[in-house]
Design a protein around this ligand. Sequence first.
Ligand SMILES: [Ca+2]
Ligand SMILES: [Ca+2]
Ligand SMILES: [Ca+2]
Length: 351
Amino acid sequence: MNKSDYDTECRRLLSDTRNYKKLQRDPSKDLQKKIMELVQEASDAEYISKQEAEYLNTRDAKVPYFYIMPKVHKGVTPPPGRPIVSGIKSLLEPLSRFCDHYLNPLVQKTRSYIQDTKHLLNIIKDISFDSEKHLLVGLDVESLYMSLPQDATLKDTDVYSIASAGSDSQRSLYSYHRKDGEGCTCRRGFLITAIALLVLLAVAAVVTVGIIFGVPAKHAVNRQCKTASNRSGFLCNDRTTCLSAASVCNRKLDCSSGEDESIEYCGKLPSSLPNGLVFSCANKRSWTYVDKVCDTRNDCGDCSDESDLQCPSCSGWRCNTVFFADCDCIPKTRCGDNIQDCTDWSDEVTC
Ligand SMILES: [Ca+2]
Ligand SMILES: [Ca+2]
Ligand SMILES: [Ca+2]
C-alpha cells in the first residue's frame, strides 16, 4: 500500500462522523483532572490502596495515536484499512489495565465467552452439521467498539459484577452506584463498583476463612522440592510427587490426598502458600506463581513477570504485541498462523 492510498484511507475513516468527532482542543488536561478526582475519591473511601491510587494517576501521558492496518486479505486494491487507536502510555491505560485485571476472570465465566478461533473450534468440534437442516452463519460487526452503546455496556458490566459478588453485596454496591450515579458519568459508577466488588470479595473471603477455620496454622511440613523444569514446586504427602507451583490452589486435587487444595495453603492467598511459589508483580497488588514467569503470558497485568530483567531471552519472536495477554515475546507457534499478534504484523510476515 503506497503512502498516498494510506493517507486517503485514513482520511476516509476519520471523516465518518458516526465514529469520529473532530476536537477543537486537546482534552487531556480535563480528563486527567477527572481521573485524579475519581481516584482520590476511591482512595479516600478506601476502595483502593495508596499504591493503586498512585498507579492509576497517570503523569506524562501520551495522546493516543491513530493508524490503520491494511486488510490485504480482502483482495481489493488499494486495501481497506482496519482503524486502530493505540492507547499505550495514554491517560486511560492504567485504568483500562485495572478494569481488565478484575473483569477478565468474570468475563471468562460467561456462557458466551470465546477466547479465540481455536477455542471456538474446540467448542464446535463435536457438533455435527446437517447441510439440509443447518446453516452456519458468520456475522461481522462494523466498527465494533464504536458501535457498542457505552451506557448499556457499562450497565451490563455493572449488573454482571454485582451478580458475581453475591446477594449480600448486591444492595450495598447497587445503592452506592445509584447514589453516585445521579448526574455523574457511568464510568465513575463502573470503576467504583469494580473496586468495591473487589474489596467486598476480599473482606468476605478473609472473614469467612477467619470464622470457619480460624487463623491458618503454621506450615509444619516441609513442602520444598524442584520440578522437572527445575522450578520451586510443592511436595505432596507421598514425599515423591512434586507439583508445579500453579497446581497448588487451582481447585483441582493433584496430590493423592488433596493437600495441595487444603485451607492451610489456600486459605489466604498468596501469603498462605508455602515459600518459594509466589512471584510478586512490580505493581505490588498482583502476584502470580513462579512457573508463570517467562511463559510469555502477561499474568501480572503489567508484564513484570515477562520483563527483560526476568526473561532476558525470548524463545519466540519479539515485537510490540496486539493482545493484552501478551507482553513482547510471541511464541514461535504463533508465527504465520494467520492471526495478527504483532502490531507491525511481523509475526505473519517475517518471523
Ligand atoms: Ca491442585
Ligand atoms: Ca507469565
Ligand atoms: Ca500470529
